[in-house]
Design a protein around this ligand. Structure first.
Ligand SMILES: *Cc1c(COP(=O)(O)O)cnc(C)c1O
Length: 424
């Protein structure tokens, strides 16, 4: 019988991994003469090889055709963003008309709240998770103030109720039950960035709607990481970025979802010419007529150079066979990481992230025994040997095996590195 925690087994898992060939679609940074062990796809995913070609294609087209580039060929800039639509809709489980790539995450969150956070005196609150990503918290707090309300009473933060700092579904249910009748919006993450906990989005949307509140999701850590059925979740809107698990480069153009039932909404919005009805946009009339669907929230003509890497990245997602195949490997490789940590370095690392695969994505958040300083020491040791995770204050190391490019051997070597640090 093979030892399921052995190096041999790690190698066998790699040999049997159907996604293994996709690693060569990515540029792996070097540490000295070897490839880094890169576990930071939760922060900045690696560069797909196709990104350079797609960016160069835009640059070449610009140099050869200048303004004509808007109108010529399949990759014409006039409709460039439409190439992204279908593959992106597949990744997030939406209908193509429900998604658009535009702006950045926080900008999209504000645009969505302009339309979907419509507070009244009776119903002005926003419910979010305690310890939300600062940008989300700043965004909701500033929206509450913008409408003349006080965040001290109108920002409701649901506190973790579990010893490990995660949230039970019961706690979410109780909070929405208790405060929902005065909530205009429930804004929830697909995966919590610090703990790595994933949430049952469909259930949360149902709870919000049952109370008469809007349901919006921030999927920054969920998109490209776990399968999401955005359309079926009945969420009103969702936003996310593309530089984490979507591998589309630093500050990549972000994503936005508006459920089909709002496709022709009369809700207010902040408008721009690119959200105007496609057929009549260039008649340049003074009246704004929104184009139906998520496209209607676009403001400007899209940054083509910035969309090019997203297009390249989405090609890899399609090559992988979609999120179901990616998730299958993700559960295995993160499960392997968890098993190795529990077996070999349990006195050194505490796993914060829930153990049930259904309650997490690829990331494990780790706390180091001995406190923050010991944690920093291990983190810096790992970086010095070319094993890249990231640090989140006050005391968490995040390690995210990305199924598109990480090997089971990467995970094995990570645990060996932790052992050798403990030995010094
Ligand atoms: C990464 C992340 C952000 C970053 O926002 P940008 O607008 O892309 O800079 C915001 N919120 C969450 C939850 C994130 O994970």
């Amino acid at each position: 019988m093979t030892d399921l925690l052995s190096r041999t087994h790690a190698m066998a898992l790699d040999a049997a991994d159907p996604l293994r060939p996709l690693r060569s679609e990515f540029l792996i940074p070097k540490h000295k003469h070897n490839e880094q062990i890169y576990f930071c796809g939760n922060s900045l995913g690696l560069q797909p090889r196709g990104a350079r070609a797609h960016v160069l294609q835009v640059l070449d087209k610009w140099s050869h055709e200048a303004v004509e580039g808007h109108f010529t060929g399949q990759a014409q800039w006039m409709t460039y963003h439409e190439q992204v639509r279908e593959p992106l809709a597949r990744v997030v489980g939406a209908q193509p008309s429900e998604v658009v790539a535009m702006n950045s995450l926080t900008a999209n969150l504000h645009l969505m709240m302009v339309s979907f956070y419509r507070p009244t005196n009776e119903r002005a609150a926003i419910i979010i998770e305690a310890g939300a990503f600062p940008s989300d918290r700043h965004a909701v707090e500033s929206q509450i103030r913008f409408h003349g309300f006080d965040p001290a009473t109108q920002l409701i933060e649901v506190q973790p109720d579990q010893a490990d700092g995660t949230l039970s579904m019961g706690a979410i249910e109780r909070a929405i039950g208790e405060h929902g009748s005065r909530a205009a919006l429930v804004l929830w993450p697909g995966i919590q960035y610090r703990t790595g906990q994933s949430f049952e989005l469909k259930k949360i949307a149902r709870l919000a709607h049952a109370q008469g509140a809007v349901a919006g999701f921030d999927l920054a850590h969920a998109v490209g990481n776990v399968p999401i059925e955005l359309h079926d979740s009945q969420a009103d809107f969702a936003v996310w970025c593309h530089y984490k698990y979507m591998n589309s480069g630093p500050g990549a153009v972000a994503g936005c979802f508006v459920h089909e039932r709002h496709a022709r909404t009369s809700r207010p919005r902040f408008a721009g010419w690119w959200g105007h009805e496609k057929e009549t946009r260039f008649q340049m009339g003074p009246q704004f007529v929104p184009t139906p669907g998520a496209d209607g929230w676009q403001l400007s003509n899209p940054p083509i150079l910035a969309l090019a890497p997203l297009l390249a990245s989405l090609e890899v997602f399609d090559k992988a066979g979609g999120m179901a195949a990616i998730r299958t490997k993700s559960e295995k490789i993160t499960g392997f990481l968890e098993a190795l940590i529990r077996a070999r370095v349990p006195e050194t690392l505490e796993i914060v992230t829930p153990s049930e695969p259904a309650r997490r994505g690829s990331q494990l958040s780790l706390r180091v025994a001995g406190g923050r300083e010991r944690g920093r020491e291990l983190f810096e040791y790992l970086s010095s040997v070319g094993t890249i995770g990231d640090w989140r204050e006050p005391d968490v190391i995040r390690i995210s095996p990305a199924p598109l490019y990480n090997k089971f051997m990467d995970v094995y070597r990570f645990v060996e590195e932790v052992e050798s640090w403990r030995g010094v």
